[in-house]
Design a binder for this molecule. Structure first.
Ligand code: NDP
Length: 287
């Protein structure tokens, strides 16, 4: 056997429950193929009570890393050697990478959003005034990363008071950004000084594809960048309404691809072939 022969694939994947319909595999494997990497991405069903054993298994099998999805993003923090500062602030990890024997927790969701803003809309978050609809996991990730990227002010709009207030307080007390909470109890009027408006709720996600956040859409103006986290379908009624008002739209498919591309780079060390990954995922959502 020649010394170059190496039949051992490097392994990454996702731990979740349920995990069968998670499409990240399609874009990651398209990326590995494009770069000729002998890497595999596996969707692994891990029940909540088995996460500790699964993390031990990851170490034992020398896997290069893992994504975490529902219900493991918070629980996994217990099993890591280190957690990146932003992920610690959010209290959630969606990506684990290795540094030698050490497992490091990261969160690439908000980073993916920031990269979409920078690369696709040419917007620097620094100094911007932002409104975020929602206060769940996606909103936390986006809010924290925008604040760490020097956004000037962030308004969290949510129908459940406690969750909304908690996120506004988290941002105000731990980052240089100012944040406030606004109760969402009717059509929300977007303040005219807003630069970036983000739907970080699950409204509009397949199969509920005609649903639209309850807003006074006349308050959206042409100077705003309007973003959605919904990747499927990417052209949501929310973004269509914003475009009708002349605003620039950024869809959730871009964010999803970039958060995967950032994990790809963390794991393999190579820049991800973003366009190939985007095409692969778009085909899944638009067969
Ligand atoms: P969570 O369940 O943690 O949070 C959902 C949020 O949406 C809550 O703030 C909830 O409000 C709000 N919400 C839901 N329905 C309504 C409604 N009818 N009216 C008003 N508010 C509503 O979910 P996640 O944050 O994890 O995910 C949200 C979306 O983000 C999902 O669709 C997911 O697919 C997407 N996502 C996209 C990513 C990407 O890369 N593109 C990455 C991660 C997530 P309340 O607190 O009052 O319940």
């Amino acid at each position: 056997m020649s010394p170059e022969v190496n039949y051992k694939a490097e392994l990454v994947g996702v731990f979740g429950h349920p995990v069968a319909e998670n499409p990240t595999i399609v874009m990651q494997e398209a990326g590995f193929r494009e770069l000729g990497l002998n890497w595999r991405y596996l969707n692994i069903e891990v029940y909540p009570q088995d996460l500790a054993a699964a993390m031990q298994g990851l170490r034992a099998m020398n896997m290069q890393g893992i994504n975490l999805t529902i219900p493991h993003k918070v629980e996994v923090l217990k099993y890591l050697d280190e957690v990146a500062g932003d992920a610690k602030l959010m209290g959630a990890v969606n990506t684990v990478r290795r540094e030698g024997d050490r497992l490091i927790g990261e969160n690439t969701d908000g980073k993916g959003f920031i990269r979409a803003l920078r690369d696709d809309a040419q917007i620097d978050p620094a100094g911007q005034r932002v409104v975020i609809l929602g206060a769940g996991g996606a909103a936390r990730a986006i809010g924290v990363e925008l604040a760490l990227a020097q956004a000037a002010h962030i308004t969290i709009v949510n129908r459940t008071v406690q969750r909304g207030q908690d996120l506004a307080t988290l941002i105000s007390e731990n980052t240089p950004a100012q944040a406030n909470f606004a109760l969402w109890d009717g059509p929300y009027a977007v303040p005219s000084e807003t630069n970036i408006l983000v739907n970080a709720t699950s409204i509009g996600l397949y199969p509920d594809i005609t649903a639209k956040p309850e807003l006074d859409y006349d308050t959206i103006t042409a100077g705003m960048v309007v973003c959605d986290v919904i990747p499927n379908p990417p052209r949501t009624p929310f973004l269509q309404a914003a475009e009708t008002r002349g605003a620039r739209a950024l869809d959730g498919l871009g964010m999803l691809v970039y958060q995967g591309a950032i994990a790809f780079k963390m794991w393999t060390g190579f820049d991800a072939p973003v366009e190939v990954m985007h095409r692969a995922l778009a085909e899944v959502f638009n067969p």
